[in-house]
Design a binder for this molecule. Structure first.
Ligand code: NAD
Ligand code: TDX
Length: 331
């Protein structure tokens, strides 16, 4: 099978490519990636020569049409992915997440290629901190940030192309990922690399916001399960029952890194900051047999800390640039 992986040089996409190189040796994979600030050229070095990397945008209609026409399946990870960036400048989010997904859908419509569209639980908005409810596939879409609004827009386009044109597509919405090769702008790698540099973790607001953490390998195993065993036309929520408030995650990181667990700072909150995400992934588990294998957050974080300790050259340049941008926001 020839698989086109968009955004395959980013965090989740690169972990997908590296993992599938081992788990699906019969696949031939091509990466389409614009190689923005979020991609690190070193990430795919281990598969250079084996996986072709095409530098280009998912919003480039001609390029996308050529690539979609010459592959059997597309796994669509490419996106602008960081909420804080979307608040500062939403424009590339609309171009990549909305227009880019539209271009892919049009190519898929022409060629009949199987598509899996990777989305996020943020499209459902947030839950109250004291609400026992979790998101399901039936939760109404209600995004809060420019980022999540563009992801929700893309999801709606995919659903309309499924219904109106009968394209062979599936959608998944996953909770917060962590693991190796995540950009240092994101919460967990920002704090790990900060502590390695002697800088205290920075918690937005009071640190009470809750995220539902999943290891990136569990997310990617679910994506393959949907690609191979999911029902075409369906949406699946992916989650590993990993709810934790941000303060607890920071305390755990500090403990694992040998620091006092109160050695953090509170910084001004993110505007419109979603309170809580929580996923009910029963449908995915029942229909595909998928279950998380890396559900121990303490172990997963310990391994992730080790990865960043051992790969300083991977993150060092991006760290300085990222912290300059945060400093301008007072965070
Ligand atoms: P990332 O920012 O680490 O990587 C995104 C990749 O897309 C980068 O390699 C970037 O160069 C590429 N890209 C950006 N614009 C592009 C364009 N116009 N054309 C082609 N490539 C382009 O993001 P990530 O965290 O790996 O997220 C991957 C996908 O998973 C996204 O669709 C995101 O919405 C979704 N998702 C992420 C999480 C999470 O916790 N990180 C959770 C659920 C869903
Ligand atoms: O320094 C920080 N301090 C802090 O308290 C940063 C960077 C974040 N936070 C908080 C904000 C969130 O409550 O930590 C939580 C996680 O923040 P992010 O890593 O920015 O993730 P989030 O906004 O939850 O979105 C992530 O999960 C869903 C991904 O970035 C999205 O791409 C995905 O769709």
């Amino acid at each position: 099978m020839k698989v086109l992986v968009t955004g395959g040089a980013g965090f989740i996409g690169s972990n997908f490519v590296l993992r599938m190189r081992e788990q699906r040796p019969d696949w031939s994979m091509t990466v389409l990636d614009a190689l923005t600030y979020a991609a690190n050229p070193a990430t795919l070095a281990p598969v250079a020569g084996d996986v072709e990397v095409v530098k280009g945008s998912v919003a480039d209609a001609d390029l996308v049409d050529d690539l979609v026409g010459s592959h059997d399946a597309v796994v669509h990870f490419a996106a602008e992915s960081h909420n804080d960036n979307s608040l500062s400048d939403p424009s590339p989010f609309v171009e990549t997440n909305v227009v880019g997904t539209f271009r892919l859908l049009e190519a898929v419509r022409r060629h009949g290629t199987r598509l899996h569209h990777v989305s996020t639980d943020e499209v459902y908005g947030d839950l109250a901190l004291d609400d026992p409810a979790r998101f399901t596939e039936r939760t109404p879409v209600n995004p809060s940030s420019p980022y999540s609004a563009t992801k929700a827009s893309a999801d709606l386009l995919v659903r309309a192309w499924i219904r109106s044109y009968g394209i062979p597509a599936t959608v998944s919405s996953c909770s917060n990922n962590y693991g190796p090769r995540q950009h240092v702008e994101k919460f967990i790698p920002r704090q790990i690399t900060g502590v390695l540099d002697g800088v205290r973790p920075k918690l937005y607001g009071t640190g009470t916001n809750v995220r539902d953490w999943i290891h990136v390998d569990d997310h990617n195993d679910a994506v393959v399960a949907i690609l191979e065993h999911g029902r075409v036309g369906e949406t699946y929520l992916i989650g590993a029952d990993g709810e934790a408030d941000n303060l607890s995650v920071v305390r755990l990181l500090l403990e694992l890194m040998g620091q006092p667990t109160n050695a953090y700072d509170l910084v001004p909150d993110r505007p419109g900051h979603d309170l809580r995400y929580a996923i009910d992934s029963s449908k995915l588990r029942a229909e595909t047999g998928w279950a998380p294998r890396f559900g121990d957050l303490r172990q997963g974080l310990a391994d992730t800390i080790e990865w960043y300790r051992e790969h300083e050259s991977w993150w060092r340049d991006a760290k300085a640039e990222t912290e300059r941008a945060y400093a301008l926001l007072g965070r």
